[in-house]
Write a protein of this length. Structure first.
Ligand SMILES: Cc1ncc(COP(=O)(O)O)c(C=O)c1O
Length: 401
């Protein structure tokens, strides 16, 4: 067993890069066109086609895409935006960049997504709320059809944080296409990767135009456009205060290659997820991910809830804290066997900045607190070998015995 543990080393995920990426990434160096140019344009076009969105704009990250989307929708000082309290901190930070205020909403622990049944109560009581930012966490869409109904009823904007949402669907609609705007991440923890990188999609011409300017210092014409046209020696007008959130063309080249491999990447991830579902279904200490009917999970992560075999239908903070100690021991045991795991993500209201600012208690959003303390993401990547998979499962069983 000692020997086995030394030989096996299982990361939480793996990027799927090959010689295609290695070749594609040097081409911009040869042509000299290294800022957003032909490869970024191609990546955007492929991404828009795949998701079914009218427009796609590549950015430096999902966080900057969220910032751009909020600003392009006119969200700013004096406004409030609803964000689930169980998400990566970047969702809330992007709202703060605009000067708007974050209003947290708890999640449904079964899906890890915003608890849509709590939304109307929050919206009804606060006329400053101007937008909702549902997060399609770990690859599973939030209840977007219902959220869009509410948004229409109360005239709110919707920006989907689809950082993890690649290839997640409700029926035949891709994650990020329900709201006014959807934003994706290509960080190495995500299914397709460009190093850092993000994408904003929208069906609105007006938002798309604003985003293309805002991400490029507010310039009324992109560098690529200017260089292609006569009169490129003169700088264009700058009609708004913008940012530099442009993706490089090397990243664009990576994005194009990754989109060409998406079937392999996604079928590989789904196959491992399905094998976990089967192998873990009789283990009473773990609840495996739930996929509602008509939803297709994108499996950015395979996140279970560690229950230690307890009934968690009426959780208390004391119960969560007690089980949390055991979850952490379980994770340490797997780490000792060189199997990487992670907590799913964090409860943002418990993080010092947001906690101090709003004087939150951990139990203010109890399901989010439970998500933070009880979730566990298992290794997931395309190409996981049978040997690796069996090694993970046998060690999970041993650690729980
Ligand atoms: C839910 C969510 N939102 C936003 C982000 C930020 O993405 P990026 O690192 O591309 O800025 C992440 C990244 O982990 C995330 O998980």
């Amino acid at each position: 067993m000692e020997l086995e543990a030394k030989e096996m080393n299982i990361p939480i995920t793996k990027t799927i890069f090959g010689k295609e990426e290695a070749e594609a990434i040097v081409k911009p160096l040869e042509t000299g066109w290294v800022v957003q140019g032909p490869n970024v344009a191609k990546f955007q076009e492929i991404f828009a086609n795949f998701t079914g969105a009218k427009h796609a704009h590549a950015t430096t990250s999902c966080t900057t895409a969220l910032h751009l989307g909020l600003e392009a929708m006119g969200i700013g000082r004096g406004d409030k935006v609803i964000v689930p309290s169980f998400t990566y901190i970047a969702s809330a930070n992007a709202v703060e960049y605009t000067g708007a205020e974050v209003v947290f909403c708890d999640i449904d622990l079964r899906t890890f997504n915003i608890d849509e049944t709590k939304l109307e109560e929050i919206i009804k009581n606060d006329s400053s709320i101007k937008a909702i930012m549902p997060v399609n966490l770990f690859g599973l869409c939030a209840n977007m059809p219902y959220i869009m109904e509410l948004a229409e009823k109360y005239n709110l904007k919707v920006i989907e944080d689809s950082a993890c949402g690649f290839d997640g669907w409700i029926g035949n609609r891709h994650s990020g296409t329900f709201g006014d705007v959807g934003c994706f991440s290509f960080h190495p923890r995500k299914s397709i990767c460009t190093g850092e990188g993000g994408m904003l999609i929208t069906n609105s011409d007006e938002i798309a135009n604003r985003v293309s300017q805002l991400k490029d210092h507010g310039a009324s014409k992109s560098d690529l456009q200017r260089h292609k046209e006569r009169g490129g020696s003169l700088l264009p007008d700058f009609t708004m205060r913008g940012y530099n959130y442009r993706m490089t063309d090397m990243q664009g080249a990576l994005g194009v290659c990754q989109m060409e491999k998406k079937e392999y990447i996604m079928s590989g991830r789904r196959e491992v997820a399905s094998r976990y579902d089967t192998a873990l279904k009789d283990i009473s200490q773990l609840i495996t991910p739930f996929t509602p009917k008509n939803y297709k999970h994108g499996y950015q992560s395979y996140v279970c809830i560690f229950t230690d075999g307890e009934d968690i239908s009426n959780l208390t903070k004391e119960q969560i804290d007690r089980i949390n100690i055991k979850r952490n021991i379980f994770m340490e045991k797997l780490e000792e066997k060189n199997i990487a795991t992670r907590q799913g993500t964090h409860a943002v209201h418990t993080l010092r900045y947001y906690k101090d600012k709003n004087l939150f208690n951990d139990e203010d959003f109890l399901n989010s607190y439970a998500g933070d303390r009880l979730s566990i993401a298992l290794p997931l990547y395309a190409g996981m070998s049978d040997e690796e998979f069996e090694y993970i499962i046998s060690n999970i069983k041993e650690a729980l015995a």
